[in-house]
Every structure is written in structure tokens, then in C-alpha cells.
Design a protein around this ligand. Structure first.
Ligand code: LMR
Length: 400
């Protein structure tokens, strides 16, 4: 059969569905209502509703610009100083058995890791949590994998369901890949605790699964080290391990696309071979990553005073989110007496899995120009003193 003639090439292109997260931002931007609120996409906003430029980033950037460096290419695996600093941050120490590549955000890390795994194990299945970040399924499917879901969340308790998760993962075959949220589970905010993670690590080891830890919010839950608990546990006990890091939120560097993929190998010689394949995958995809954001993050992590400043600014964002959770729970309790909103305080990270149904989310959008994800996920740091009461009153209205 011959190929479609060029003039008809696009005639059968289907209209792709709008992205469940990015599509919400697009709809929000089209809305002329001056009271509109975007609780959709995960972005940290300051009290004045703007995306902050962290002071540590300003200082690192000023130093960088003063030195007026040439803008050459980076190697395919990125800036080595950045890779070493990320290893320290994620694993507590750098190791020659761990390969860390700079990637285009956390999504880029997931995709490079997915392409890498697909080269090695095309028949493996990928297991993602139910629910999970909206992009996980389509990303791993786009890499060619069959994607399955494992039970993760119990809507009745609004907590992670360890027994259900273990039951699902008992169906996985050796070599299957299990995607785990290292901290601040997206979208539920319900994390496993320090007593539960070792049980999942033991199961992963026993069943010979490959853990792929998505660590997009390290420092937004309980702190930089506390939030790396699971990634470090898996690295110690279950190699090979993949970890996708994102610094979009934690350094407020969204558009700079600063992420990293770490692959924990059995030793240095294995790591060298792993690095060579990962570099080849990058080379045939986007050749090499952009330099600017990674240079800033590397400079901040390498300098004691900039690093301390970053940790203070990160703690400020984390604590402000916790304060907003308290304010939102209180405002909802005042308007819907008798209802229990304590779950909002227990969830970790940026998101609250509100329990709003798809219809209630639609009603929020249509009646109040308040935009949330269809799953009921809302981005807590999009709230502020200027809109919190408006949002709480609207939620109370649609759930009554
Ligand atoms: C989110 O979950 O909203 C963020 O990770 C942004 C994104 O790219 O989806």
C-alpha cells in the first residue's frame, strides 16, 4: 500500500483532546470574569497572586550575568556539577553507582527514563497509582508501554490504602515498572508513612519490580531530607531504581525546565554503561538540555549561604501552604457546619484532593469562574486573602 499523498497528509489528523491540566489553564485564560481563580495547574503563587522569583535565584542569576559566560552547548547528560548536586539532594550523598542526567523538567526525566526502559524491557508493564498525575498514563503509553493502575487511595478514609496497593502490586510480573510518588502524592496529597514505605520496598524487591520514583515536590511536604525518605530507601534496597526530580516548584523555575533523572545501578561499571545509553537517548531526542536554569540551581546548591537562603524560602512556601490549608478548612467549616474538612490539613504538598465531583467542578467553573481539575484536585497556593472567602463560599454553595 502506498503512503498518503502529501496534499492529504493532515486530512485524517484527529483533534486531540484538551489536556486535563493544561486545558484548564487555557480555559481560565479565556474567561473574562475579573473574579476568576485558577486552582488547576500546580503552581505556587505568593500572597499577591504572582509566581515568585526566589531571592536565591535572583542572587545566583546576578552573579552569573556579571561573569558574562559564553553560551556553549552542554553535554547530552547536562551539567556535571548540577548532576552531582542533585544526587546529594536526592540521595544524601553522591555515588559513582548513580547516574544523574539533567533533563527538561520532571516530565523530561520521566520520558527519558521511559524511553530507556522501553529499549531494555519492551514487554514490561507500567503500574501507576489510581489516581495519579494526569500525565503519567499518557506519557508511559506514548513511550510504548501498556499501563496498569494499582489501588492507592481510599476515598472513605481519604488516606493511602497500603493493603489495597499491596494486593494490586501482587499482580505485577517480574520486570514490571512501578511508578511511585516520592512525596506529596499528586493529586491526593495522601502519602505513605515511614512505617509503610519499607513494606512497599520489600514487595518491590520480592516481586523483582523496577521502582520509578517521581519526586517533583521535594521540600514541599515536610522538608528536603524528610521528603527524600522513599527515594533513599529504594536506592539502598531495590536497585535498579529510577528517580525523576523536578525543580519547577521548589525553585520556582517552571519555564526554565530544570529537572533530573537519576538511575541507581549496581556499581560503577554498570553505571557507565547506563549513562552511555541514557546519553544516546537524549542525543536522538533533543541533543542536550538548556543551560540557564541548571546553572542557577547548581550555583545555589554549591554555595552555603545561597543554599541556606533557598531552604528558608522553601520553608516559607511550605509553611504558607499549611496556613492556607488551615484557613480553607476553617472557612469551609464555618459555611458547612457539621462537615469534616480535617483531611485538608492532613494532605501534603500543593494539592488538596477536595472530594468535589466532576459535576461540582463544572458548577464551580460555570457559576463562579473558579477552575479546578475534573478529579476535584485544587492547587492550594493559588489561594490568598483576596480570594479564599470567595472560593470557600462557592465550594460550600456547590456541595450543599
Ligand atoms: C500539575 O500537576 O499541575 C503540575 O505538575 C503541572 C503539570 O505540568 O501538570
Amino acid at each position: 500500500m502506498s503512503a498518503t499523498p502529501a496534499s492529504a497528509l493532515f486530512s485524517a489528523v484527529p483533534l486531540a483532546p484538551s489536556d486535563p491540566i493544561l486545558g484548564v489553564t487555557e480555559a481560565f485564560l479565556r474567561d473574562p470574569n475579573p473574579r476568576k481563580v485558577n486552582l488547576g495547574q500546580g503552581l505556587y503563587y505568593s500572597e499577591d497572586g504572582t509566581i515568585p522569583l526566589l531571592q536565591c535565584v535572583r542572587e545566583a542569576e546576578a552573579q552569573y550575568l556579571r561573569s558574562a559566560p559564553p553560551r556553549g552547548y552542554l553535554p547530552s547528560d547536562g551539567l556535571r556539577a548540577y548532576g552531582d548536586a542533585v544526587q546529594q539532594l536526592v540521595f544524601g550523598a553522591a555515588s559513582p553507582a548513580i547516574v544523574t542526567l539533567q533533563t527538561l523538567g520532571g516530565t523530561g526525566a520521566l520520558k527519558v527514563g521511559a524511553d530507556f526502559l522501553r529499549r531494555l524491557e519492551p514487554a514490561a508493564r507500567v503500574w501507576i497509582s489510581e489516581p495519579s498525575w494526569e500525565n503519567h498514563r499518557q506519557l508511559f503509553e506514548a513511550a510504548g508501554f501498556a499501563v496498569q493502575s494499582y489501588r492507592y487511595y481510599d476515598p472513605a478514609t481519604r488516606r493511602a490504602d497500603l493493603a489495597g496497593m499491596a494486593r494490586s502490586l501482587a499482580q505485577a510480573r517480574p520486570g514490571d515498572i512501578v511508578v511511585l510518588h516520592g512525596c506529596c502524592h499528586n493529586p491526593t496529597g495522601a502519602d505513605l508513612d515511614a512505617a509503610q514505605w519499607p513494606q512497599i520496598a520489600a514487595l518491590t524487591r520480592e516481586r523483582q519490580l523496577v521502582p520509578f520514583v517521581d519526586l517533583a515536590y521535594q521540600g514541599f511536604g515536610d522538608g528536603v531530607d524528610a521528603d527524600a525518605f522513599a527515594a533513599r530507601l529504594f536506592a539502598r534496597t531495590c536497585p535498579p531504581v529510577f528517580v525523576a526530580s523536578s525543580f519547577s516548584k521548589t525553585f520556582s523555575l517552571y519555564g526554565e525546565r530544570v529537572g533530573a533523572l537519576s538511575i541507581v545501578a549496581a556499581g560503577e561499571e554498570e553505571a557507565d554503561r547506563v549513562r552511555s545509553l541514557a546519553k544516546q537517548i537524549v542525543r536522538t531526542n533533543y541533543s542536550n538540555p538548556p543551560a540557564h536554569g541548571a546553572k542557577l540551581v547548581a550555583a545555589i546548591l554549591a554555595d552555603a549561604s545561597l543554599r541556606a537562603l533557598w531552604e528558608r524560602e522553601l520553608a516559607g512556601m511550605r509553611e504558607r501552604i499549611k496556613g492556607l490549608r488551615r484557613d480553607l478548612a476553617r472557612a469551609l467549616r464555618d459555611r458547612v457546619p457539621g462537615a469534616d474538612f480535617s483531611f485538608i490539613l492532613e494532605q501534603r504538598g500543593m494539592f488538596s484532593y477536595s472530594g468535589l465531583t466532576r459535576e461540582q467542578v463544572r458548577a464551580l467553573r460555570e457559576r463562579f469562574s473558579i477552575y479546578a481539575i475534573d478529579s476535584g484536585r485544587i492547587c492550594v497556593p493559588a489561594l490568598n486573602r483576596g480570594n479564599l472567602d470567595y472560593v470557600a463560599a462557592a465550594i460550600a454553595e456547590v456541595i450543599r
